[in-house]
Design a protein. Sequence first.
Length: 464
Amino acid sequence: MKEKKSNFSNSIGFVLAAAGSAVGVGNIWRFPYLCAKDGGGLFLIIYLILVLTFGFVLLTTDIAIGRKTKQNALKAFGTLHPKWRFLGYLTFLVPALIMTYYSVIGGWITKYFCEYIISDGSALSKDSYFTSFITSKVSPIVFMLIFLALTAWIVYRGVEKGIEKFSRFIMPGLIILILVIAIFSLTLSKKDTDGTVRTGLQGLWVYLYPDFSGLTVKRFLEILLDAMSQLFFSLSVSMGIMVTYGSYVKDDVNLNKSINQIEIFDTGVAFLAGMMIIPAVFVFLGTDGMASGPSLIFISLPKVFEAMGPVGKITAIAFFLMMGFAALTSCVSVMETLVANCMEIFHKTRKQMCSMIGIYSLITAVLICLGYNALYFELPLPNGATAQLLDVMDYISNSFLMPFISFLTSILVGWVIGPKYIISEVERNGEHFGRARLYSFMIRFVVPVVMLILFLVSTGIGNL
Ligand code: PFF
């Protein structure tokens, strides 16, 4: 049975829902630690340039393809060119892989939020707490279930009444929370036992100062690679999600303006997240506190909250609530893409497909949880690191598939159907697409070359 295609009610609804997908754990956790690791302001400058060039090109391409074809990624590419149908299937793989672990991370956030509500949180600041939690058999599965059920419920309610309504409510709340914590973070200070005082403003300097020391070509390329993979993940591009959301956009919406707003939203939240986390970690743990990976938010930050004293608990609750919101709207976009695609493949209702995708998500997420105990193994990755199940999924989807899909999409749009196709969709209502020439140049020449290099590096063929 075919359901009537639903839409976002207006431009703001679309922008908030797309920003809801874009703003997630990537902005709040990954961006700050990459920034700290990759030379503070230097990483910021490189990232901003990439947002304005690659980010804008990839986001415009995805959204315009969605609105023009009014189809999900799975069918949209076949509509652009029958021989390119395979690209739709390839794109579908990314949310299918991300769905396996995103709700697991959402479960970890839910657990920390609940723990801070019911206890004073001192146990969470112990080094071993996080590891013993994720390696336990039952607890991660229970919290993943709570998060997954919430996601499925929002997706089940549909585009306008579910996704749009929740994003309208959650996104402004998230901005307010992040602003309050960021300002609070700047006012912090602590005196060490040796009498030195570290302040939030010094921490801000650590965050923003462009550190060029020891910069070699190899190091620069590594930073570029970090910034590029962060960009994909953060903007949710090249994974069919923005094509799906684009297909819900009404024809009278100004795409160019909406795309700028989504980029500003996503980058703005990442910037504020850095302002919130880096000064606080600097004050209480020094520059060594910026650990990478999950340990930043699940191990370092609880130590910061503990060191804050009485206000630590309430700050922690606000922080994990905000993180939970951000993760929820992102996870919703992943599940919506899977549901919407499957509704088209199987000609079933939203309700039926929500149950089917819900079961798929549940089984795979349980496997990911078990990857930390009963199913524990480590695989070598082409980049030399070893990884267990969750990281393997993350590597295949973000480091491997996304550059490959972007490469193929740029060949299709740049050389097969031509950039005019996208440009005319952006200018559909007579709007002026100011960066049309930049768009054409990037999609034809720059994106394919850079994406191919990224892809080769991720396969290990082109090791840096
Ligand atoms: N863009 C989200 C973030 O920055 O956390 C992550 C994300 C959402 C990635 C949806 C992939 C996805 F399909």
